[in-house]
Every structure is written in structure tokens, then in C-alpha cells.
Design a protein around this ligand. Sequence first.
Ligand SMILES: [Zn+2]
Length: 268
Amino acid sequence: MMKRYVFIHLLLLFVCIGSMQAQINWPHNKKAAVVLTYDDGLPSQLKYVVPQLDAVGFRGTFYLYGKVLKDTDIPAWREVSKKGHELGNHSVYHPCWAKPGSTMSEPCHALQCYSLKEMLLEIQLMNAFLYAIDGKTERSYAYPCGKSGVGEEEIDYSKPMLEAGLVKSARSVYGGVVNKVEDIRLEMAPVVVVANQMKADVLINYVKEAIEKQGICVFLFHGVGDNFHYTVDVVEHQKLIDFLSDHKEELWVDTFLNVMNHIAELKK
Ligand SMILES: [Zn+2]
């Protein structure tokens, strides 16, 4: 009987230690981290998102890619950076995986056509482009179309990209809310993908999950209030921002780069 008690106590101790290890220590005793990321440099982000974030002092991450950046938009993105938001690297040509049978354009910018070297060079070029806008030398990256394989063999460029020192961290397109350091790979950090016309209560539930788990919730947005194929309503986005603002005491809302740099420190 005694042996059984000792065994149960030991078991409970291990469970407690296990759950303690699972928790991430967030700065300033915050309970969770929330990262707001927006892809493709869409006009609605400048029009609606930046003012909504600025109004409550939040900093977001905007993943731009070279091909669609108009020179007339560059001063606006420079201002966005000056306010503390992050301009992230989303490549120059936004290469995706061409569907079987589709005609490849010339020059080809489908992922199948890239070598590892060419992909890394393109990321380097976009870094230089972004440096010309904001003067920053540290970058994070978002995989165009969520794919990290190049060439017909789908050679994974995620780790080589970090090893080459091109970016400090990169965002995936899956994974949801997590709360273990080991579940956050710097080259493929987990994310909550915001589906088309997703409502604020669904988004807020992810934040509540992060608070409950003392974890991290990285949102991947595209358009807000425009006609893009992935778009949330401006009002729904505002409701999420209001919720985050109302819970400022317990939430660390910051750029992807800043939060991932914290995770990188914890990994050391
Ligand atoms: Zn994209």
C-alpha cells in the first residue's frame, strides 16, 4: 500500500515538472504572446490595419514581396516601419508550386523551376530591397504559398535560409496555438491561418486558448476589408484588436521577429 502511495506521489511530481517545463516564460509576466502578421502588402493593410493597430499601440508584421511593391507605396511602408511595425521578407516573385499541367511562364517563377541557390539569392535580394525601405538588418520570413520546397525534388530551403544568416526566423502556415518551446521551430513557426470571412469570435477563441495554455498565437492575415480572396471584415478585425487591447495586461502583442527572438533566447 505504502509503495503505491510513493509511486503515485512520484508520478504526480513528474507530471507537475512536465507541465512546468511546458510553460514559456513571457516577458513582463505576460500570460501569452499574440503576433499579428499580414501577407502580400495589400492596400487594405495600409488603409485599415495600420490605423487600427496604431490607435492602441500594437505593432504588427507585414510580409511584403518585391514584384507587387509599387514605388508610390514605398513612402507609406517606410512610415509604417518608423512606427515600429515590422516589414518582413516574402520573397521577390512569390513563387508557388505550379499545378500539374499548367504552363510555366518564361522566366519561370514556379517553385519547381528554382534551385536552392536561386531561392536563397532571391531572399537576399528582397532583404536588400527592404533595407532600402527601412534600414533594418534583421529579418523574418514568410513562405510564399506556405511552401518551403524548391525544384522537382522539393529541396527544403527553410534551414539553409537560416543557416546562411538571411533571416532569423520564418513563419509556417499550420500548427495553431502552441505552448512548448520545442514545438516552435524558428525556421517553421506555427501559425493560425485566418480563413476568408472568419469572424472575430473565432479569432478571439484562439487568443483565449493562448491565454489558457500560456502559449503563443501567431495570426496569418491577408486582406482586411477588401476584395482579396482571403479577407476579414474591418469590423471583425477591430473587434479582435479591441479584445487584445482590453487584455493588454496579460498579453504580449509584438512583431513576429521580436517574439521569435525571445523564443530563440529560450532555446539557448
Ligand atoms: Zn503571400
